[in-house]
Ligand binder design. Structure first.
Ligand SMILES: NC(=O)C1=CN([C@@H]2O[C@H](COP(=O)(O)OP(=O)(O)OC[C@H]3O[C@@H](n4cnc5c(N)ncnc54)[C@H](OP(=O)(O)O)[C@@H]3O)[C@@H](O)[C@H]2O)C=CC1
Ligand SMILES: O=C(O)CCC(=O)C(=O)O
Length: 527
């Protein structure tokens, strides 16, 4: 499939008349062909107009048709073949095996949402039948279902160019909910974005859907993204990236005459608590496993273990020795963009220059755009006194906080901002200590895990990839897993509508064969 550098607006491909830019080969910094041309305000307007026109038809597609469309997107992505992987490797610097795995996750995600749509449970159909004889007042017939919120703007993430990008989790959840999507390509992987965008476009056509169900806009700066979030037709936003970018979009969305929700996944340092018995019995093993998680993908995971909390002692010494030795052997790896590499180097330099911080180990040095892993340590007292030590350094850097006792670990956790994940390393003898920390962790994070690390999010029904601010802009939701569909839905009640006017999900004969909540009790179809 040739990459043209065009914006994909509805069924068409339109050369933008904005600034031109080229993708950058992550490993070398060299420009890649072709030139991409940024969308204009007229292009944003056209994409949003088409999305708004598509909404009422698309959101009422039969579940089977919508599920088949999601599966067709997955098939079309796979059909691009190796060209997608090769282009994505060049643009992101990520290795083949990682990107092949990420492509699998992307199509798996689309197929999972096809299953969610077929199941119909997301509609949350409820029926409270009329009670005309009720005293003192008769009860009306009330029925409820969830409907699509409207067109959704999706911002692709730089660090997951497939699974969190043009046809990633946000797009899959929004399309599953019945929302048209206008995606903004990340300028770090515009060629990958176009290839995937064309696959979605092709699936829209193949399934006979309105063309406005999907558009893809290009920009090397922020104008297109800002215009998109400000456009009155856009009803919600999905974003993964920096805190600065996420907050800017939240402000734009909140300042609109009609404010809309922004679901932004932003910064997280993902505390890892090493409890005493586990440290004592297997601190060295945990140290080696920690370095594996820390340096995965050059540390460019929002779930990266950036903060280690442990009580001082021989167990912690063993952990640090093993972790430092393992980290010192880690090859430097190409980072996603020169800008992300520069930000990583600045974050590491700030830690190195902090008098309260000790450098425990550095990985091997590398080429110009390669991140060199780093492990630092500080005391709980210094950590609590200096807020900058709790800021995310995006890349393979982590900070160990030496604590005098478990109460201090708790105090540090209480002071942290919202996080995506927290991990506890524990043995049975640590259960009591863990039990005391769980309420704090539940208040601070979206996912609590034991004897593991948060990198590598499972796509499933019980996953929460979210957390209190600033991990995300709205901790009540998730960006991974089937629950994500609820971000793009809104409940509507229908009071005393004749059966013929009700949506299929709520009709007396239950043609969609849904499990429905009747007078508060969940009833299977046909009961
Ligand atoms: N926690 C996490 O999961 C991640 C964190 N990051 C952090 O973000 C830093 C930069 O990485 P990057 O991927 O470029 O993330 P950014 O947040 O800078 O950009 C993400 C997307 O949002 C757009 N954007 C950013 N700011 C605005 C704005 N004010 N208005 C409208 N659109 C905006 C960008 O457009 P454009 O690029 O065209 O300006 C891009 O498409 C990293 O160094 C890291 O610290 C990055 C990836 C993931
Ligand atoms: O760890 C993962 O699999 C996902 C991480 C993530 O969401 C991110 O880095 O943006």
């Amino acid at each position: 499939m040739p990459i043209t550098g065009d914006n994909l607006i509805g069924a068409g491909a339109r050369r933008g008349e904005g600034e031109t830019f080229r993708a950058v080969e992550a490993a070398t910094g060299n420009s890649l062909e072709p030139a991409f041309a940024a969308a204009t305000p007229a292009d944003v307007d056209r994409a949003c107009t088409l999305a708004a026109e598509a909404l009422d038809t698309y959101r009422e597609t039969a579940p089977e048709d919508r599920a088949r469309f999601l599966e067709a997107v997955a098939e079309a992505i796979l059909a691009i073949g190796d060209e997608l992987i090769v282009r994505c490797m060049a643009e992101s610097g990520l290795p083949r095996a990682r990107l092949e795995g990420e492509r699998g996750r992307t199509v798996g995600q689309l197929r999972m949402f096809a299953g969610v749509v077929r199941d119909g449970g997301f509609l949350e159909a409820r029926v409270d039948p009329a009670q005309p004889e009720r005293k003192p007042l008769p009860r009306p017939d009330l029925r409820l279902r969830q409907i699509a919120v409207g067109p959704v703007a999706v911002f692709g993430a730089s660090n997951f160019p497939l699974a969190f990008s043009v046809a990633g989790g946000d797009t899959a959840a929004a399309l599953a909910a019945g929302c048209p999507v206008v995606a903004k390509a990340h300028p770090a992987h515009p060629g990958t974005s176009e290839l995937v965008g064309r696959a979605v476009q092709q699936a829209v056509k193949q399934c006979g859907l309105p063309e406005g169900v999907f558009s893809l806009l290009l920009d090397a700066g922020i104008a297109v993204g800002q215009a998109l979030v400000a456009d009155p037709r856009i009803a919600a936003v999905g974003f993964t990236g920096s805190r600065r970018g996420g907050v800017a979009l939240m402000q734009t969305a909140a300042a609109r005459p009609v404010p809309i929700p922004v679901y932004a996944e932003m910064s997280s340092i993902n505390p890892v608590v090493l409890l005493p018995a586990a440290l004592q019995s297997r601190g060295r093993d945990i140290g080696r496993a920690f370095v594996g998680s820390l340096t995965l993908g050059s540390g460019q995971f929002c779930t990266n273990p950036g903060l280690i909390l442990a009580v001082e002692g021989a167990g912690l010494d063993g952990f640090l020795e093993a972790a430092s030795a393992a980290l010192a052997e880690i090859q430097a790896a190409t980072m996603l963009t020169p800008g992300i590499h520069k930000a990583y180097c600045a974050g590491v330099a700030a830690l190195e220059a902090n008098p309260a911080v000790t450098t425990l180990a550095r990985g091997l040095t590398g080429g110009i755009h390669q991140g060199q892993a780093a492990l630092f340590a500080t005391t709980a007292q210094a950590f609590l006194a200096d807020h900058s030590l709790a800021e995310e350094v995006f890349g393979a850097a982590s900070l160990v906080v030496r604590c005098p006792d478990l109460a201090t670990i708790r105090a540090v956790l209480e002071r942290l901002e919202g996080q995506l994940t927290a991990a506890l390393h524990l043995d049975e003898a640590d259960f009591e200590a863990a039990r005391a920390l769980l309420p704090v962790l539940e208040r601070r994070v979206g996912r609590i895990l034991v004897n593991g690390f948060g990198t590598g999010v499972e796509v499933g029904h019980a996953m929460v990839h979210g957390g209190p601010y600033p991990a995300t802009s709205d901790g009540r939701t998730t960006s991974v897993g089937s629950l994500a569909i609820h971000r793009f839905l809104r409940p509507v009640s229908y009071q005393d509508l004749p059966d013929a006017l009700l949506p299929a999900a709520l009709r007396d004969d239950n043609p969609l064969k849904l499990w429905r909540r009747q007078d508060g009790t969940i009833i299977p179809p046909g009961a």
